[in-house]
Design a protein around this ligand. Structure first.
Ligand code: ADP
Ligand code: MG
Length: 394
């Protein structure tokens, strides 16, 4: 990566490389923007940004995955408007940093990512957080603050009303654990996963056009549900504060579809808590059941699944040694997350790939989801994956 950097930008002063991981969410889907609970793990799949000072006052960015470069005079950054492409993630972050009084100097940046794009493993947060670290270039920042600024870039500049889960776990992921995050207090705790299991993501390789509009629609539906419940119980700030019994009492006062959206969120928050407890007593069967229940809720109450995700989940559920599976991420395509008994990964991959290929004519990617640590500067350059022919995708 250092060589590629020099080929592109010439001999420069010290080159530093920053890494920020993608993530897979085990359980707690569509709860983050409702101030609820989530349980993601940071992945080995990550975005790497190499950076050095720019000699001519321009910020230059090249993405190896996009094969595209962009540049701007650094003095213009604070005034730029979104251009509707990938560079918005970088500029959005730069603007948030400037607004928060960090110094953003002219830099040369080279982006290399192994997080598949648009697959629900959060290539966007990996790009935001690694870019932020490169632009900060060592300026001190508190971890939660860094996550908030990166989320702010996606909400205010890219224009997606995302919650804080992706950025939070990309910054703060733990090597051998999942992270239970309370998206209201922004506190988190590591949750160690039992021995004898493996987590595997399977990529449908599709992303239906509905994904973005439906995401916004769901955030509005959840806000409408919270408004309706507040008329009954004024202390309710978000669906975080709603119990199943309160929801049942309030349900007649709202349209059926709004009540079902709220039911997903309220029961999903409960499932996160149950999953954490099951993990702590190493009850892997219960963990698997909760994944299955989460999928059913996302499929029927929240209505963000699709034929490809349902097929992968149903196929996995019928296999020996699969404890549970569900869609993960926003939905309408992207990945499923699967909990397997250890040692079954190869067989699982073969069987599910053949079945999916036969049904949809597409070979799905399968990813190992070993928990990795959160973002930081890369000191051991051997960690950086080779460019172009990405070898970790199986
Ligand atoms: P997800 O976060 O689930 O992967 P998103 O739609 O939120 O999907 O983010 C994907 C977008 O992030 C891409 O369309 C692109 O604009 C940007 N992106 C991600 N990785 C890269 C990369 N390596 N280079 C340039 N842009 C990237
Ligand atoms: Mg994203």
């Amino acid at each position: 990566m250092i060589e590629t950097f020099r080929e592109r930008y010439g001999e420069t002063a010290a080159i530093r490389v920053f890494r920020a991981p993608g993530r897979v969410n085990l359980i707690g889907e569509h709860t983050d923007y409702n101030m609820g609970f989530v349980l993601p793990i940071a992945l080995e799949l990550a975005c790497f940004v190499a950076s050095a000072d720019s000699p001519d006052g321009h910020l230059r960015v090249y993405s190896e995955e996009k094969h595209e470069s962009r540049e701007w005079p650094v003095a213009d950054i604070a005034r730029l408007r979104p251009s509707g492409d990938w560079s918005d993630y970088v500029i959005g972050v730069a603007q948030e940093l400037i607004r928060a009084n960090y110094r953003v100097a002219a830099k040369l940046l080279l982006i290399r990512s192994t997080v598949p794009e648009g697959s629900g493993l959060s290539s966007s947060a990996a790009l935001e957080v690694s870019s932020a670290l490169a632009l900060l270039a060592g300026q001190k920042i508190e971890a939660v603050r860094l996550a908030q600024l990166c989320q702010g870039a996606e909400v205010r500049f890219v224009g997606l009303p995302v919650g804080i889960m992706d950025q939070y776990v990309s910054v703060m992921g733990r090597k051998n654990a999942a992270l239970r995050i309370d998206c209201r207090s922004l506190e988190s705790e590591a949750v160690e996963l039992p021995q004898g299991i493996e987590i595997v993501a399977v990529n449908t390789m599709v992303k239906h056009a509905l994904a973005q509009s439906a995401y916004k629609e769901r955030t509005e539906e959840c806000a409408a549900a919270a408004d309706a419940i507040r008329r009954l119980e004024p202390a309710v700030q978000s669906l975080h504060d709603v119990s199943i019994s309160l929801l049942e009492a309030a349900a007649p006062s709202m349209p059926n579809v709004i009540a079902r959206r709220a039911r997903h969120v309220v029961t999903e928050n409960e499932r996160v808590e149950l999953f954490v407890k099951a993990a702590r007593r190493t009850d892997v069967e219960r963990m698997g059941q909760l994944l299955a229940e989460s999928h059913t809720s996302l499929q029927h109450d929240y209505e963000v699944s699709c034929a490809e995700l349902d097929f992968l989940v149903d196929t996995a559920a019928g296999m020996d040694g699969v404890l549970g599976a569900r869609m993960t991420g926003g939905g309408f395509g992207g990945c499923t997350v699967n909990l397997l008994r250890a040692g079954l990964r190869e067989r699982f991959q073969r069987v599910i790939s053949e079945a999916y290929q036969e049904r949809f004519g597409i070979t799905p990617q399968v990813f190992d989801c070993r928990p990795s640590e959160g973002a930081g500067e890369v000191k051991n350059l051997e960690r950086i994956p080779p460019g172009a022919a990405l070898s970790q995708q199986t």
